[in-house]
Design a protein around this ligand. Structure first.
Ligand code: AMP
Ligand code: ZN
Length: 466
């Protein structure tokens, strides 16, 4: 399998650090609002990547972070914390805002049949780990303290800019007038900040404050995946400054290179040629669309069927085309279920084999899902010409099911419902551990309203359908 590595700017043969196993970190949502369909392009891509790796036999460990502190309204260090701003506007505390939108995120990914990751670490639950990395960076001369703020000194990390292609000279030439006199260089970024007005604060060796945005991903990925791992993903806007800073932090602290072997970035989902984003106001959330009666599986189809490095313009017509494509595949499945010829058809083998080769060749070529789907449709056309026995049909159905283990659009509803229930039960347990009984009761009541009953016992929580 070949993947395009943003770091080297070319397609490379995928060879995991440890044979047979893949460790992958995906930059996840900032939970101050509902995720947009644009965000879901990035998450569906990560899901299809994970499913493809599993299809090819790898055991994948996937970690998706939940950003619930430190992400400022500007991706540089300026502005207000997005969580604090949302809390102020919604007249709630940021913890409530985070709990609400984290739950919404889990519901949405289940509706889109995104397989649950092994871990969803929250930034606010990993402040000690962040402090530990910052201390290492200070000890090694990569970071400095000014008035209770800690900054990363980019001039100490020669590789700064290698991922994005920005050199410090270029960046400094383009920088606006120095706004923060505490920084030694305009490109230095905050690791820890003091701001008496911020509603989320922790004790640290530098006084009370809160972590910068980038440090969470270094701390949490290293904690759950180790100091060197295989794949790190995000949308293209994450390349700079977020991922550039993550590399400087992690490699600066551990001294091990490369921290991440393959960097993969999703191109933006566009609306009328512009990035779909909350700040531009040109966005749809998943519920905006499902409330219009659109099927989440058709939306998944749209997000999954275009190669992740091609621009994708989102339209309601494309969702309609996605629905139609799924219907054609389901019709194919139904026809196979009706096959009843007495004789096996010797031509089937070649049709299936060609389909399998084409599908896998597409995926192996940097996850070219549109090429993989084209091979699937060729196969459907060939198989439809054949008269099949029941045994033939079973073989074709088994292959279609295998393809759908990657596409995730045919068997979506049942698989994802069970995963969502498990997820909510875990959320409820976490809420109870925090003694947040309002949230835990709400989750129980929501599930009850959907016909799912929970039974708590010493051994854990079990569920059944009412
Ligand atoms: P955020 O919640 O802003 O931290 O973003 C979460 C993820 O969604 C990040 O990986 C972003 O790069 C990605 N993202 C944001 N907008 C888009 C978009 N229009 N298309 C694709 N990915 C996006
Ligand atoms: Zn991140």
């Amino acid at each position: 399998m070949k993947v395009f590595n943003t770091y080297t700017r070319r397609k490379e043969e995928f060879i995991p650090v440890a044979p047979g196993c893949v460790r992958m970190y995906n930059c996840g949502p900032t939970v101050y609002n509902y995720a947009t369909i644009g965000n879901f392009r990035a998450y569906v891509f990560a899901d299809v990547l994970r499913r493809t790796l599993e299809y090819f036999g790898y055991a994948v460990t996937q970690v998706v972070n939940i950003t619930d502190v430190g992400h400022m309204t500007s991706d540089a260090d300026e502005g207000e914390d997005k969580m604090a701003k949302a809390a102020r506007e919604q007249k709630k505390d940021p913890w409530q805002v985070a709990a609400f939108y984290t739950e919404a995120f889990f519901r949405d990914i289940a509706a889109l049949n995104i397989r649950p990751a092994q871990e969803y670490p929250r930034a606010t639950a990993h402040v000690p780990e962040m402090i530990a990395i910052i201390e290492r960076l200070i000890a090694q001369g990569h970071a400095y303290v000014v008035n209770g703020n800690v900054y990363y000194d980019v001039s100490t990390f020669p590789g700064y800019g290698a991922l994005s292609g920005n050199t410090l000279d270029q960046l400094n030439a383009g920088a606006r007038i120095e706004i923060n006199p505490e920084k030694r260089h305009p490109q230095d970024f905050a690791l820890w900040k003091q701001d008496a007005r911020h509603v989320m604060q922790w004790d640290s060796p530098w006084g009370r404050g809160f972590p910068g945005w980038h440090i969470e991903c270094s701390a949490m990925s290293v904690k759950y995946l180790g100091e060197q791992f295989d794949i790190h993903t995000g949308g293209e806007d994450n390349i700079f400054p977020h991922h550039e800073c993550e590399i400087a932090q992690t490699e600066g602290a551990t001294g091990k290179r490369p921290w991440v072997k393959y960097w993969m970035h999703t191109r933006f989902l566009l609306v009328n040629g512009q990035k779909m984003s909350k700040s531009l106001g040109n966005f749809f959330t998943l519920r905006d669309l499902t409330e219009k009666g659109l099927d989440p599986m058709a939306i998944r189809y749209v997000l999954m069927s275009t190669h992740y490095r091609q621009p994708l313009n989102f339209t309601l017509e494309s969702v309609e085309a996605g629905r139609e494509a799924i219907r054609r595949l389901k019709d194919f499945r139904t026809r196979l279920g009706e096959a009843s010829a007495a004789q096996d058809n010797p031509a089937l083998e070649e049709a299936l084999e060609a389909g399998r080769r084409g599908f896998e060749a597409g995926l192996s070529d940097d996850l070219n899902t549109s090429a993989a789907l084209a091979a699937l449709y060729d196969m459907v056309r060939e198989v439809n010409k054949l008269t099949l026995s029941r045994a033939d049909a079973q073989r074709a159905l088994a292959l279609l099911e295998r393809f759908d283990s990657v596409m995730g659009v045919l068997s979506g509803s049942e698989e994802s419902l069970d995963a969502e229930i498990e997820r909510l039960i875990q959320e409820r347990l976490d809420a109870r551990k925090r003694r947040d009984f309002k949230t835990s009761d709400r989750i129980r009541d929501d599930l009850k309203a959907r016909g799912i009953l929970l039974e708590d016992s010493a051994g854990g929580t079990r569920w059944k359908r009412a």
